[in-house]
Design a protein around this ligand. Structure first.
Ligand code: APR
Ligand code: PHB
Length: 397
C-alpha cells in the first residue's frame, strides 16, 4: 500500500514565528498551507525565548487581527537605556524615530496567539511529527515525507513549494547541496546566562549595560516575572553559578552611581546560551525557500531574531502571491537577494551592539578602547543615537 498523501500549495516545516506568520499571511492571500512541526504544542508554548517586537511586526499582528492580547499584555516602551559605567543614557526611540516603540511580548505568548488563531480558522498544523525529509525540490513537485508521532505510518505532503522555517538545526538548509550553499559565520567567545525571577520590574524600560566585568541586560516578562542576563563564558557550567553569584554580578554590572538598585526575587529558571552570527547566502534552491533561523542567526543583543524571521516570510508570501495570482516568478526569483539586503543590515547592527557592549578578552587593548570610544560616542551624539534607535525599532521593509 502506498503512503497516505496530503496535498497543499505550500508545505511549511516548522511552527516557530516564521512558519506561523507565513501560514497566516498565505491564508489571507487565499493560498493553502500545511505546517509540519516536530515539537508538541505544549513544548513550544513553554519554551522561553526573547520577545522584542519591532514596530512593523506589531503593526502586522494588528493588521491581521491577531494583536488583541499583545496590545493588552505587552509592554510598550518609548525607548531603552544604555548604561555605561553606572551612568544611564536613555535612547528615546519614540522621539528619535517619529513615534516608534519598543514592544516586549514574550515569543511563546506570540506563538500561542498565532497557533490558536490559525487552528480556529481551520488551518492545519501537525505537531509532534518525526522523520521529516524533503524530496524533489529541484522539480515542480516537491514532496515532504513525515510520520505523525514516532510510530505513525510514513505519509507524504505533496506541495508546489516548501518553506523551510525549521530553525537553525532543522533539515531544510541541509537539503541545499553544500556545493551550492555559501555560508558566513562568526562565533563569539562569550555567552549569556539568562534567568527568570519572580520579582516586580526594577526599571520602566530595558537596560543594556556595559561594565568592566562584562555585559548585563535587564528585561521583563510580566508584572510578576523579570528576565535578566549576564555575560559569561559560553562553555561554563551552570552549576558554577549560585543564585548569590548571579545576583552579585547583576548588581555590580547594572547598578548606577545615583543609587538605583535591582529588585531581587527567587530565581526559577536559569541557563547559558552561546552566541553566533550566521548567514546562509543561498536561501532558495528550486522550490525550497529558507526563512528565519533556518537561514540566519543573530546574537540576541540587537533583539532582531524574531523580526528578521517575520521579514523573510513577508517577502516570501509576496512572491507566492505574485506567482499564484499573476503567474509571475520575479519576486520568488529575487527572494534571496531581497531578504539578504535586510538580513545583512540586521547582522551588522546585532554584531555592532554585541561587540560594543560586551567585554571580549580576545580583543587587543587597542580594540577594547575603540569599542569604548564607540559607546561613548553613541551616548553623546544625537546622530549616533538616532542610528541606533532606527535600527533597534526596525528598518523599513
Ligand atoms: N521537522 C519539523 N519541525 C522542525 C524540525 C523538523 N525536522 N526541526 C525543527 N523544527 C521546528 C522547531 O521545533 C521549531 O519549532 O522548527 C521550528 C523553528 O522555529 P524557530 O527556531 O523559532 O525559528 P524561526 O521560526 O525562524 O524563528 C526565529 O525564533 O529561535 C528564535 O530567537 C529566534 O527569535 C528568533 C526566532
Ligand atoms: C529578552 O527579554 O529576553 C531580551 C530582550 C532584549 C534583547 C534580548 C533578549 O536584546
Amino acid at each position: 500500500m502506498g503512503a497516505h498523501v496530503t496535498r497543499t500549495q505550500v508545505g511549511i516545516i516548522g511552527a516557530g514565528p516564521a512558519g506561523l506568520f507565513l501560514s497566516h499571511m498565505l491564508h489571507r492571500m487565499g493560498i493553502e498551507s500545511v505546517i509540519l512541526e516536530s515539537r508538541s504544542r505544549e513544548e513550544i508554548e513553554a519554551t522561553i525565548r526573547a520577545g522584542v517586537l519591532e514596530q512593523w511586526t506589531v503593526d502586522l499582528m494588528n493588521g491581521m487581527g491577531l494583536g488583541e492580547r499583545m496590545m493588552r499584555e505587552g509592554h510598550f516602551h518609548t525607548g531603552f537605556t544604555l548604561r555605561v559605567n553606572g551612568e544611564s543614557h536613555h535612547v528615546d526611540t519614540a522621539e528619535l524615530t517619529g513615534g516608534k516603540m519598543v514592544t516586549v511580548y514574550p515569543q511563546h505568548e506570540l506563538l500561542k496567539d498565532l497557533a490558536a488563531a490559525r487552528l480556529a480558522e481551520g488551518g492545519q498544523i501537525l505537531f509532534g511529527v518525526t522523520g521529516v525529509g524533503l524530496e524533489g525540490v529541484e522539480c515542480d513537485r516537491p514532496v515532504i515525507r513525515f510520520r505523525r508521532g514516532t510510530d505513525g505510518p510514513e505519509e507524504e505532503l505533496r506541495c508546489d513549494f516548501v518553506a523551510g522555517c525549521d530553525g537553525f538545526h532543522g533539515p531544510s538548509r541541509q537539503a541545499i547541496p553544500a556545493a551550492l550553499r555559501t555560508e558566513y559565520q562568526k562565533v563569539y567567545p562569550f555567552g549569556w546566562l539568562g534567568i527568570l525571577t519572580e520579582a516586580p520590574p526594577s526599571y520602566h524600560e530595558l537596560v543594556y549595560a556595559n561594565h568592566p566585568r562584562g555585559f548585563a541586560l535587564l528585561s521583563t516578562r510580566s508584572p510578576e516575572v523579570q528576565r535578566l542576563y549576564v555575560q559569561c563564558d559560553p562553555k561554563d557550567d551552570i552549576a558554577n553559578w549560585s543564585d548569590d553569584r548571579i545576583w552579585s554580578e547583576l548588581h555590580q554590572r547594572l547598578e548606577t552611581r545615583d543609587g538605583w538598585r535591582l529588585t531581587e526575587g527567587p530565581i526559577f529558571q536559569k541557563g547559558i546560551i552561546a552566541m553566533r552570527s550566521f548567514v546562509c547566502g543561498t536561501m532558495r534552491h528550486g522550490r525550497l525557500f529558507l526563512a528565519g533561523d533556518a537561514a540566519h542567526i543573530v546574537p540576541p543583543t540587537g533583539a532582531k531574531g524574531l523580526n528578521l524571521a517575520v521579514a523573510d516570510v513577508v517577502y516570501l508570501s509576496r512572491g507566492l502571491e505574485a506567482f499564484y495570482k499573476e503567474g509571475r516568478t520575479d519576486l520568488l526569483d529575487g527572494y534571496t537577494e531581497t531578504c539578504l539586503r535586510r538580513i545583512w543590515k540586521a547582522e551588522r547592527f546585532s554584531w555592532y551592539m554585541t561587540t560594543m557592549l560586551h567585554r571580549n578578552e580576545e580583543d587587543s587593548p587597542f580594540e577594547q578602547r575603540i569599542h569604548l570610544a564607540d559607546l561613548e560616542y553613541a551616548v553623546s551624539s544625537r546622530a549616533a543615537m538616532t542610528a541606533i534607535a532606527e535600527n533597534y525599532v526596525g528598518l523599513p521593509l
